[in-house]
Design a protein around this ligand. Sequence first.
Ligand code: NAD
Ligand code: TDX
Length: 342
Amino acid sequence: MYILVTGGAGFIGSNFIEYYLQQHPDVKIVNLDLLTYAAHLQNLESCNQSNKYSFVHGDICDRDLVKHLFEHYNFEGVIHFAAESHVDNSIKNPSSFVTTNINGTFTLLSVAQQHWMKAPFKYKRNYEHCRFLHISTDEVYGTLGKTGYFTEQSPYAPNSPYSASKAASDFLVRSYYHTYGLNVVTTNCSNNYGPRQHDEKFIPTIIRKAISFEPIPIYGTGLNIRDWLYVKEHCRAIDLVFNNGKVGETYLIGGSNEHSNMNIALLVCSILDELLVDELQHKEVTSFTELIEFVNDREGHDFRYAIDASKIKKELGWFPQGNFEVLLRETILYYLDRYQLK
Ligand code: NAD
Ligand code: TDX
């Protein structure tokens, strides 16, 4: 059985492919990725040796290519990660977000529908199990105040071009279920951390800036709150939703692990203080926290995201596992290695 994974050379997609190949030896994965600035093919080094994994360099907006891949591999599932994913970039240049996140999702949905649902009658039953899993974000729900949680019933209220484009893609996915009966499921997850994330994101930025003894930028007051989930825990949840989730439904995934940005910066710096004692002494700096600097706030910066993950816990038995500080320390060690410091 072949499944199509899009955006598998990025952060979450590459962790997912590695995880899924280990968990499901019967499955073959084709990874379609445009290799934008956010991709790292080295992320997939461990999969390259596997005859169950193939890479296709291409754009999810390229209908002919996507059609050709469906005809060639006869996919029995799609797990759609590919996206422009960085909020700050969407503020500076929203257009690629509209193209990839909206048009790209539409292209995949319509080709999947054509292939799976317009098959000649005698083959049609063969496709009923074929599922389209759309990976989305909690940011589609906008911002929370100091209390409360997002649930599957929360109204959509995206505030950035990124979250608006993801919200639009979620609605397209929903419409393919309600209008055509396509077997879709959507997941909306909170902030991920772990190995292979792009340098532009918050935790890699803190580490990158700290080890080069440059100012660590904290937007606004540093009081904005995110709910952090280890990337492999997200992958485990995706596996469960893909295989056991209810058709047409949405599942919220979160770590129940809220931290203000300032708190994250302090935590990362305190771990770095322990790991890089010699470097600190050499620079005559007592702690990396001295590098923390408040900078201009992100435009439209959402104050707080927090997930009530009761549905996936109750229906699919998923609970986030692992200790945050232990996993954060492992993550930091990965980046020190990537930045060739340890
Ligand atoms: P990422 O930016 O690290 O990777 C995105 C990948 O998509 C890259 O490999 C890129 O080359 C590829 N891509 C971009 N445009 C493409 C196109 N037109 N055609 C084919 N491939 C293309 O992103 P990520 O952090 O791994 O996020 C993956 C998905 O998860 C996204 O849909 C994102 O919205 C969602 N998500 C991310 C987080 C998070 O914390 N990172 C949380 C919740 C949901
Ligand atoms: O240098 C920085 N300083 C800073 O204070 C950066 C890069 C970020 N921040 C703040 C902004 C956010 O409040 O840290 C928080 C996290 O920022 P990002 O890592 O850019 O993530 P966020 O904007 O929360 O979005 C992420 O989680 C949800 C992913 O990038 C999205 O793809 C996902 O949907």
